[in-house]
Design a protein around this ligand. Structure first.
Ligand code: FAD
Length: 474
């Protein structure tokens, strides 16, 4: 190993002698990587190809003790620190230029306690890996809708998916977490142990420490759910979405339907004459009795003249991965997001108008239903504050050629502006880009000052600053 120049969080640079780096490497079970190391490229590459950052040092952690060591090392040398879980976050804060990256992706253990209906999950685990282990016992907890997303970043920002309307956010099912604080202490946070920290990590992102283990409550789910897609022409989207927003109010909490506006991908279940044309996709999941699900979904399936309807019983784990082919890593991605209380006429018209000039076949407008499981929780109960918003829009700009950056980003920003009058003003931190630091206060709303005080207590020097950052309070 060679001597290194490495960025500090004070804005300067530190010089690290090769012996110091070697000593760090010797002191961990995992491995220290430098730009010369074989695994360096893989470790610094994340889901969003727009992020191309070069850390000076990567500590690949094998366990909590390695995380303690890495955090103490960073603290001692005042290093700029990035923390990587699943590497999916759009903002790309999992990596940094010139600093130290704490890479948790090798920490892959999942242990299910089927009797107690709980799970112990390490921070390098992806949603698909977690679902697979829990579903071996017919159990699950609400997580996101793409199997390759990391459980760590998703949970720390809130986390929602097909089960949230009934079972709440991922954080609403968090029992405890082991956290390495900025001082390098490993503590457990729960309702009874460091309850202030437990409150903060449920929505406050990676601001307060590095989580080395999550303990979740599990629920009986599946193993089969009734799920699938209903596809309509974009020209019918206005009528279908007006029906959808009224229909959804009549359905039980087991029923969830998100929608997507995009150009039809060349998937085998879509007639070829529709490929490349504008469509509305209703993504439906009923996690309950399959026959009852058929009955509940019937009016939605009978409405209008769909191009395709592929709803049927399927394993929950398969449904959790069904959108993966449209969300592969390595593409350029730019997201904009709003929260909504309702699906108003004005919003529907705005979404459709922008769907008509979507700038790339991979770009989509995704609209998530969170529902009662999320909104019933008090906004002060956890750091995630926007409990009044039952819907979240994700303007998902996605393309592969850098020459389209301006066009695709411009389109996403325009739609974001046009949809703003119908939105609550809140924001989901997990959908925010790097340039949206100015939205962090509104993302935490009335919880912000409590979070700032907590940040001062647990991370007064803002060691964990590469995130949707909460500034330490005065
Ligand atoms: C294709 C795709 C689909 C998605 N679908 C959903 C969805 O359905 N529902 C939903 O709620 N969200 C969804 N998301 C958003 C997702 O929740 C965020 O991107 C989340 O941050 C990903 O977590 P990660 O661990 O993979 O990311 P990373 O980029 O590794 O981490 C994100 C940030 O979290 C912090 N962090 C990560 N691990 C730790 C840790 N152990 N301790 C402390 N801080 C840590 C760091 O600040 C890091 O920068 C989706 C994202 C993508 C790309």
């Amino acid at each position: 190993m060679q001597d290194l120049r490495i960025k500090t969080y004070t804005g300067g640079e530190a010089s690290l002698k090769s012996e110091i780096i070697e000593k760090l490497n010797q002191s961990i079970r995992g491995k220290v990587l430098t730009p010369e190391s074989e695994q360096y490229k893989e470790a610094r590459t994340i889901w969003n190809a727009m992020i191309d950052k070069m850390p000076s040092l990567i500590v690949r952690c094998a366990g909590a003790a390695d995380v303690v060591r890495a955090v103490r090392f960073a603290s001692e040398h005042k290093l700029l620190v990035a923390v990587r879980g699943g590497g999916h976050n759009i903002a790309g804060n999992a990596v940094c230029d010139g600093g130290l990256m704490i890479d948790l992706s090798p920490m892959k253990s999942v242990r299910i306690d089927a009797k107690g209906m709980t799970a112990r999950v390490e921070p390098g685990v992806t949603l698909g890996e977690f679902d697979r282990e829990a579903q071996a016992f017919g159990l699950a907890t609400p997580v996101g809708i793409n199997s390759t997303t990391g459980i760590a970043g998703l949970t720390l920002g809130g986390g929602f998916g097909w089960l949230s309307r009934k079972l709440g956010l991922t954080i609403d099912n968090l029992i405890s977490a082991d956290v390495v604080t900025a001082e390098g202490e490993l503590v457990t946070a729960s309702e009874t142990d460091h309850p202030d920290l437990f409150w903060g990590i449920r929505g406050g992102g990676g601001n307060f420490g590095v989580v080395t283990s999550f303990e979740f409550r599990l629920h009986k789910v599946g193993p089969e759910v009734l799920a699938g897609l209903i596809v309509h022409p974009l020209d019918a989207a206005g009528d279908v979405l007006r029906f959808y927003r009224d229909f959804i109010k009549t359905t039980p909490q087991e029923f969830v339907c998100w929608f997507v506006l995009r150009l039809a991908p060349p998937l085998p279940f879509l007639p070829s004459e529709w490929h490349g044309k504008g469509i509305l996709v209703l993504a439906v999941c009923y996690a309950g009795d399959l026959k009852e699900g058929e009955r509940v979904a019937k009016p939605l399936r009978s409405f209008g003249k769909p191009i395709a309807d592929i709803i049927g019983p399927m394993p929950f784990t398969a449904w959790q991965a069904v959108l993966d082919p449209l969300l592969t890593p390595g593409m350029r991605n730019y997201w904009k997001s709003h929260d909504f209380k309702e699906v108003s006429d004005g919003l529907i018209d705005t979404l459709i108008a922008h769907a008509r000039r979507v700038p790339d076949p991979q770009t989509e407008i995704a609209f998530a239903l969170l529902g009662e499981g999320v909104t019933k929780v008090a906004k002060e109960a956890t750091a995630y504050t926007h409990r009044d918003a039952g819907f979240v829009l994700n303007v998902h700009g996605r393309w592969d050629n850098p020459s389209k950056d301006e066009k695709c980003i411009g389109w996403a920003r325009e739609l974001f502006q046009a949809a703003a009058p119908f939105a609550t003003g809140g924001a989901y931190v997990n959908f925010m880009t790097q340039e949206e630091q100015g939205r962090v206060q509104s993302a935490y709303g009335s919880n912000y000052s409590r979070l700032a005080a907590l940040k001062k207590k647990y991370d007064p020097n803002n060691l964990f600053r590469l995130n949707q950052n909460i500034q330490p309070g005065k």
